[in-house]
Design a binder for this molecule. Structure first.
Ligand code: NAP
Length: 244
């Protein structure tokens, strides 16, 4: 499906981002990955190459505007274009608001929201020239319904939704579609930190009675990156087993 396409996935060293990167590679795309973690990056790129596709891993912090600009240029130097951007890198620094430190607010907003701005701005210049593109932003159901102990995370993920709807309108005339995915609770390294008791409590709130799989999110990303979704723009789609 993605012959001659180049996808850039942020936070693709592990978790949902890695699942998306490998799925897109299996569909024929060449893949660039931005991630903080060099070791995880090398592993993902190795797996992409084993699938017979080209891969480029750039270690960086998505919240650093300059680093992102330079890294996007590296991707263009290697592949000539970027057809798909998946803004997936994200972190949590949970605590009740009364105890939340300023640095926990700043870190989450910087990575989760400013990171999306940085990558979208740098990549959009390339997509504008190509007059086509797909941008998929990974939000969260927490950005829709909020959550105790996650005011910073919820604000960042709600911010992504507003960003997605605005940029979708700005880019539509250039044949670039911008959509967001709002996952519920997905089994990844991020949710592995939760206690069994909290997991049990969450599963009881999910009508599908299970946590999501990374593949549940990757399959929607595949659809949103494909021509099958060309008339879907500025949308937020939940992948949460009916939870929200
Ligand atoms: P994850 O397993 O923690 O993976 C996130 C990846 O992003 C890691 O490789 C991480 O590197 C990287 N990263 C973190 N900060 C970065 C930065 N500043 N610059 C570049 N890369 C950075 O997370 P996940 O569970 O797959 O989540 C992926 C996305 O889905 C996130 O945006 C998350 O908010 C969202 N989401 C997840 C769930 C869920 O249930 N898992 C639900 C809703 C939404 P390090 O390992 O070095 O930190």
């Amino acid at each position: 499906m993605f012959k001659d396409k180049v996808a850039l996935v942020t936070g693709g060293g592990q978790g949902i981002g890695k699942e998306i990167a490998l799925l897109f590679a299996r569909e024929g795309a060449d893949i660039a990955v931005f991630d903080l973690n060099q070791e995880a990056l090398d592993k993902t790129i190795g797996e992409i190459k084993a699938l017979g596709r080209e891969g480029l891993g750039v270690p960086l912090d998505v919240s650093n505007f300059k680093e992102v600009e330079q890294a996007v240029q590296k991707v263009v130097d290697k592949f000539g274009k970027i057809s798909i951007l998946v803004n997936n890198a994200g972190i949590t620094r949970d605590s009740l608001l009364l105890r939340m430190k300023e640095e926990d607010w700043d870190a989450v907003l910087n990575v989760n929201l400013k990171g999306v701005f940085n990558c979208t701005k740098a990549v959009s210049k390339i997509m504008f020239k190509e007059r086509e593109g797909k941008i998929i932003n990974i939000s969260s159901i927490i950005g829709i319904r909020g959550n105790v102990g996650q005011a910073n995370y919820a604000a960042s993920k709600a911010g992504i939704i507003g960003f997605t709807k605005s940029v979708a309108q700005e880019f539509a005339s250039r044949n670039i579609q911008v959509n967001a995915i709002a996952p519920g609770f997905i089994q990844t390294e991020m949710t592995a930190k939760m206690s069994e008791a909290s997991k049990e409590m969450i599963i009881n709130q999910i009508p599908s009675r299970r946590l999501g799989e990374k593949r549940d999110v990757a399959d929607l990303a595949l659809f949103l990156a494909s021509p099958n979704s060309d008339y879907i723009n500025g949308e937020v789609i939940r992948v949460d087993g009916g939870m929200a």
